[in-house]
Design a protein around this ligand. Structure first.
Ligand SMILES: Cc1cc2nc3c(=O)[nH]c(=O)nc-3n(C[C@H](O)[C@H](O)[C@H](O)COP(=O)(O)OP(=O)(O)OC[C@H]3O[C@@H](n4cnc5c(N)ncnc54)[C@H](O)[C@@H]3O)c2cc1C
Ligand code: SF4
Length: 330
């Protein structure tokens, strides 16, 4: 492991200034992703700037009925929070579907949103990878890509974004609060992560030095759930995951939210399926047609075509469960 310096700035402004002045520095939060990548020399910072004590560790009520989650709140604390469990249950379920107790106790809200892809070639410095080393090529395109993207990928990169927590945050219209030297920015979660295009080395829209300070959740209380399909029951990343909520009034769908994980370089909000379902009766046929319309844009790779019917079936099953339909008949 490459030697590095460790700094503990006094406040957010000092941390951002330090990052501006150090060309090869990285922020350190829980370290559960960054330190692993340093051990295999995928990340090689000269300086670690510890920010874990600089941002809030509180989950606060917002005046509109929403919640503000400080960037340093642990994943476990978010999942266990009474207000999150009551009003945002898909978020609590998604966090509990990820990693392990020990990791969730240490991983932070901010760090979770910035974890790097689990593409095996990204983590192997011997292999070409445009995300790790721009211009070297994408080993996964013709190599092992069974667990990688089917939507929104490019010839430069077919990686997926691995976070479970980010999937319900996309469905909830969460907003990421970011502090830079020029002030604060509020970025909708659905615009925070990028598609790879020709620059897969950039996972998100953060500018250098910008620090996540909090995540705002708008008021929400519709019934919701998260389902994660993976190769083994624990300690594995999603092949496909779905965060969904459904609000029915007078026999028709008043509001529906669907976001997909394990499918793309970012949490994938199923805008088309949602648009089709609003104002329709909540039936299995409608769920199926909407899921298929959303997935029509999928472009599976050689070995991951199974994700298309898998995602469709999970969406239909989840919406049916939320609508209390027991006979899905797939
Ligand atoms: C074995 C294992 C299994 C896992 N399984 C899952 C899983 O199933 N599902 C899942 O979703 N996750 C899983 N994870 C990933 C885990 O959730 C992340 O490692 C964790 O959320 C990262 O948080 P952290 O605070 O430790 O971030 P760190 O590792 O400290 O940082 C990650 C990145 O974010 C940057 N950063 C951190 N905080 C900020 C901030 N406030 N502002 C700006 N930059 C910041 C750092 O510079 C770094 O680049 C797993 C991890 C491991 C090791
Ligand atoms: S899919 Fe992306 S992360 Fe994986 S090898 Fe290709 S460029 Fe690298």
């Amino acid at each position: 492991m490459k030697p590095f310096r460790y700094e503990q700035p006094a406040d957010v402004t000092s941390a951002i200034t330090m990052m501006r002045d150090e060309p090869h520095a990285a922020y350190l939060a829980g370290g559960t992703n960054l330190v692993d990548l340093m051990k295999v020399e995928v990340a090689t910072p000269d300086v670690l700037i510890d920010i874990r004590t600089l941002t809030s560790k509180q989950i606060e009520d917002l005046p509109d009925g929403g919640l503000r989650i400080g960037a340093a709140v642990s994943n476990s604390e978010i999942a266990a929070d009474r207000r999150v469990r009551r009003n945002y249950s898909m978020l609590s379920q998604a966090i509990l579907a990820g990693a392990s107790y020990q990791l969730r106790n240490w991983a932070t809200a901010g760090g979770n949103l910035l974890q790097r892809t689990r593409c095996s070639y990204f983590q192997d410095v011997e292999m070409p990878c445009n995300k790790r080393e721009p211009g070297t090529g994408c080993s996964a395109l013709q190599g092992h890509h069974r667990d990688l993207a089917i939507i929104g990928h490019s010839p430069s990169c077919v990686a997926t974004f691995p976070s479970d927590m980010a999937v319900p945050l996309a469905a909830l219209n969460a907003v990421v609060r970011v502090q830079g030297l020029d002030g604060e920015r509020m970025i909708p979660l659905t615009d925070f992560h990028r598609l790879p295009e020709d620059t897969p080395d950039r996972d998100n829209v953060l500018e250098r030095g910008e620090l996540i300070t909090a995540i705002d959740l708008p008021a929400f209380s519709a019934p919701s759930a998260y389902r994660k399909v993976r190769d083994r029951a624990s300690y594995a990343f999603a092949l496909v995951s779905v965060a969904a909520s459904l609000e029915i009034a007078d026999g028709v769908i008043k509001d529906v939210r669907i976001a997909l994980g394990g499918m793309a370089h970012k949490p994938w909000r199923a805008w088309e399926a949602e648009r089709m379902l609003r104002s329709l009766a909540p039936t299995v046929d409608h769920f199926q047609v909407a899921a298929e319309a959303e997935l029509a844009q999928a472009q599976p790779l050689r070995d991951n075509g199974f994700k298309v019917p898998l995602a469709r079936n999970v969406i239909v099953r989840m919406l049916s469960d939320l609508a209390n339909i027991t006979e899905v008949g797939q």
